[in-house]
Design a protein around this ligand. Structure first.
Ligand code: NAD
Ligand code: MLT
Length: 530
């Protein structure tokens, strides 16, 4: 699957370096950060790429309006303003710049921890109001010796831990993916949340906002913590339930909060942000010149690298494409798709398992893309339930297959006996079996239903795949039937008097008349346009 980006729309405030880099690499850029929803729906149709920060809501409607859209890039981390499921369904790559703003977000988290512990915000307010006497009410507490609970030990969680350890804080944490042996390396003692709550003086959250993390910290959790626990959220509004923070601040169960993010931004209700024990910032985690420059350059570089077929970095929904960009892999992707099409057209439609076997050491890395390629070809021969002009590719084929109860079982062996150094075999449960290889960048069929072709059949243009009763005159009869057509190859499997398989390839779809004549000399026949 190659990506040919010609024009990119940037609809949010992204550093100019992004525009410059894309243009220097021959990609047209339209930057318009003032589009209304209707204008965006119209404009998006002209572009094959879209770059946003968090202001543009890339809804299913916007994605559907992007008829040419191939890639959506987020100059930043969170992709919660992008309907990733819809993009995946439509075969559109979604990518972010995962590390570009990590340090800035970590530094703001540490800043908020310090502010909350020393009432910096209240002190500043008092000074601005010339109320020196308020200093008595602004007694703080040291961070030294206190315990910081870090929920989410990914990029930002780790950097926060490393920085707060220099204040003498003990760092403990939880993450379902990062194991204790790993977190130990950056000084965080891993534990389950239920163990962590009673131990912490401060909690900071660094997870995405997903169903499992929405309202993760709520009334019940505050109840399990020490009185006066302080909470920090520089991740996403709603991970700590806002109403629960207010109630805990009022009761004294929560001793202070540092909040950069809110459930709705700007908040519909500023009560929480205005609370005297809250230090609030308007989503400033990534708002540093360094972070903004980094994410802008990174997203532009990722677009250009993909466009040049160099590498795919930062994609969150395109696993199957990771190793599929080189010219060599692309030929195997094409073969996989075409064998899949053949399986769907000749083998019929089944649910269950498609077995894909790659043979040859050069296909060691093929697992990630070959199964998806076969699925894309196979599913393309089916009426898609979600229709809507969606083209199947490596991004959407795996999810479409799942929806249709279809699985791929992939195996690879280094040893490829026979005359080819690498081959791919596709088998489906209803008895279909085909093997192929690549030749000068093209896909060719080596065998069908267990019968080998002495001369590989080209899988290009339109192929008529047939079975016919073997006889010495068979080749002559078939040649006669397709005479006068733009036939590019005609191949018969070796065999005797039983049924034999054959493939006739045409530059353009054969005429009805020739299809009728072919019918007269074959037992089964399917036309496949590749
Ligand atoms: P990351 O992907 O590196 O780390 C997130 C971690 O959360 C992962 O390790 C994941 O396993 C963990 N996680 C997932 N579910 C969990 C759960 N139920 N309990 C505990 N941990 C869980 O992401 P990151 O770059 O560290 O970013 C973290 C968050 O910060 C994201 O929500 C991101 O959008 C946000 N962010 C905000 C700003 C800002 O401006 N305020 C800036 C950058 C990132
Ligand atoms: C992010 O997820 O990257 C942040 O929220 C920062 C931003 O708004 O870009």
């Amino acid at each position: 699957m190659s990506i040919n980006l010609t024009s990119v729309l940037i609809s949010d405030e992204v550093d100019q370096k992004c525009v410059n880099f894309l243009q220097e690499n021959g990609i047209k850029v339209v930057k318009n950060t003032k589009l209304s929803k209707e204008e965006l729906l119209k404009e998006i149709a002209n572009h094959d790429g879209l770059i946003v920060r968090s202001a543009t809501k890339v809804t299913a409607e916007v994605i559907a309006a992007g008829k040419k859209l191939k890639i959506i890039g987020r100059a930043g981390t969170g992709v919660d303003n992008i309907d990733c499921n819809e993009a995946t369904k439509r075969g559109i790559i979604v990518m972010n710049t995962p590390g570009g703003n990590t340090l800035s977000a970590a530094e703001l988290t540490c800043t908020l921890i310090c502010c909350v512990s020393r009432n910096v915000h209240s002190g500043d307010r008092a000074m601005k109001e010339k109320k020196w006497s308020e200093r008595k009410a602004l007694m703080g507490s040291e961070l030294y010796g206190k315990t910081l609970g870090i929920v989410g030990l990914g990029r930002i969680g780790k950097e926060v831990a490393l920085r707060m350890q220099s204040f003498g804080m003990k760092t403990i944490g939880f993450d379902p993916i990062i194991p204790g042996e790993v977190s130990e390396q950056f000084g965080v003692k891993w534990m389950q949340l239920e163990e962590l709550w009673p131990l912490v003086d401060y909690i900071t959250v660094h997870t995405p906002l997903i169903p499992q993390t929405r309202n993760l910290i709520n009334d019940a959790v505050f109840g399990k913590c020490k009185k006066g626990v302080k909470v920090i959220n520089v991740a996403r509004g709603g991970i700590i339930e806002e109403a629960a923070i207010l109630r805990a601040l009022e009761s004294g169960q929560c001793g202070g909060a540092g909040l950069d993010v809110f459930t709705s931004e700007p908040p519909a209700d500023f009560t929480l942000a205005q609370h005297p024990k809250v230090v609030a910032t308007p989503h400033l985690g990534a708002s540093t010149s360094e972070a903004q420059e980094r994410v802008a350059v990174e997203i532009a570089e990722q677009f250009v690298d993909l466009n040049k077929g160099k590498q795919l970095f930062g994609a969150i929904n395109a696993n199957a494409m990771t190793n599929a960009l080189s010219e060599e892999s692309r030929a195997w992707v094409t073969l996989g798709q075409r064998l899949g099409q053949l399986a769907g057209s000749v083998g019929g439609q089944s649910t269950g398992t498609i077995k894909v076997t790659a043979c040859g050491s050069s296909l060691k890395e093929a697992k990630s893309y070959l199964g998806a390629a076969v699925l894309a070809g196979y599913l393309a021969t089916r009426q898609q339930p979600s229709g809507d002009g969606i083209t199947l590719n490596l991004v959407n084929a795996p999810v479409m297959a799942k929806e249709q109860n279809l699985q791929v079982e992939f195996s690879q062996t280094d040893d490829c006996s026979g005359q080819y150094s690498a081959t791919v075999t596709v088998k489906i449960s209803d008895g279909f079996q085909a093997s192929g290889t690549t030749c000068s960048g093209g896909a060719v069929l080596l065998s069908l239903q267990g019968q080998g072709f002495p001369a590989p059949a080209s899988l290009s243009g339109t192929a008529v795949v047939f079975s016919a009763k073997g006889s010495p005159q068979l080749m002559a009869s078939i040649s006669g039937a397709v005479a006068g057509e733009s036939v590019t190859s005609l191949t018969l499997s070796s065999g005797g008097a039983g049924d034999r398989w054959g493939v006739a390839t045409f530059l353009a779809p054969p005429s009805l008349k020739n299809m009728e004549s072919l019918k007269g000399v074959t037992t089964t026949m399917s036309a496949v346009t590749f």
